[in-house]
Design a protein around this ligand. Structure first.
Ligand SMILES: *Cc1c(COP(=O)(O)O)cnc(C)c1O
Length: 231
């Protein structure tokens, strides 16, 4: 099977999982956007994904994303979502190419991304990453810190607060985790009605995310295959 056929088959399987879960949950499928996480995979795969109708990709490492996008001729056909941890010294680089940053989780990044976006003459859509078990060592703001962070993003000049993001803690029931995320999202929406996005769900738990109101799914390995080990 060619790479194109493999990607096409995998993409269709994921789209079918989204469609059937939306149907069961009584949600219109248009409410859920698929972001294909292409980290570790080459530009050629991104090209094939565009041919297959993908319009949003996720990257999680600044250096890799910078190199991949620099040589990329069809950049204007894609929205680039930065989904990985943001080191503050990389914020200005990320602000140059990302359309959406999913992983803002501390005040320092508000200033760094805002300045980076200003320098690049752009504005960025931003999600606040929430730590669902309040263990912030793996990234994500503790839920009590989310409202003040949302205020700061709202008050910035070049960042648009769009909503929240989370990764389900390993070992936890994903439905329970994403239900928690949805309640954090509703809390923010009370004072920021424009913050309607909920980024939740990956290859293994996208159904639980769809059932609990996700608007953006970040799916990598179910489409592209397993990634080489980190290192
Ligand atoms: C890699 C990554 C994903 C995709 O994970 P898969 O299990 O391969 O679907 C989603 N979200 C984040 C934050 C990631 O780093």
């Amino acid at each position: 099977m060619s790479r194109r056929e493999t990607l096409s088959r995998n993409l269709e399987q994921v789209r079918e999982r989204i469609r059937s879960t939306c149907a069961e949950a009584g949600r219109p499928v248009e409410e859920v956007e698929l972001v294909v996480v292409t980290k570790f995979f080459p530009t050629e795969d991104v090209e094939l994904l565009i041919d297959l109708g993908v319009r949003a990709v996720g990257e999680s490492r600044d250096q890799e994303a910078t190199v991949k996008l620099a040589s990329f001729s069809r950049r204007d056909q894609l929205k680039v979502h930065f989904v990985g941890r943001v080191q503050s010294n990389k914020a200005s680089s990320i602000a140059r190419y990302a359309d959406v940053v999913h992983s803002l989780d501390r005040p320092k990044l508000v200033r760094a991304l805002d300045r980076g976006a200003e320098a690049a003459g752009r504005s960025l859509d931003v999600l606040i990453q929430v730590s669902l078990d309040d263990d912030d060592s793996r990234g994500g703001a503790r839920s009590a810190d989310v409202p003040p962070l949302a205020e700061q993003v709202h008050a910035s000049d070049h960042l648009r607060l769009r909503g929240v993001m989370a990764v389900a803690p390993s070992g936890a029931d994903p439905d329970e985790s994403f239900r928690r995320l949805r309640s954090v999202a509703h809390g923010i929406r009370a004072s920021h009605p424009e913050a309607t996005w909920i980024s939740a769900g990956m290859s293994a738990d996208l159904e639980a995310a769809v059932r609990n109101g996700a608007t953006h799914l970040r799916v990598g390995s179910a489409i592209l295959g397993s990634r080489p080990p980190l290192g």
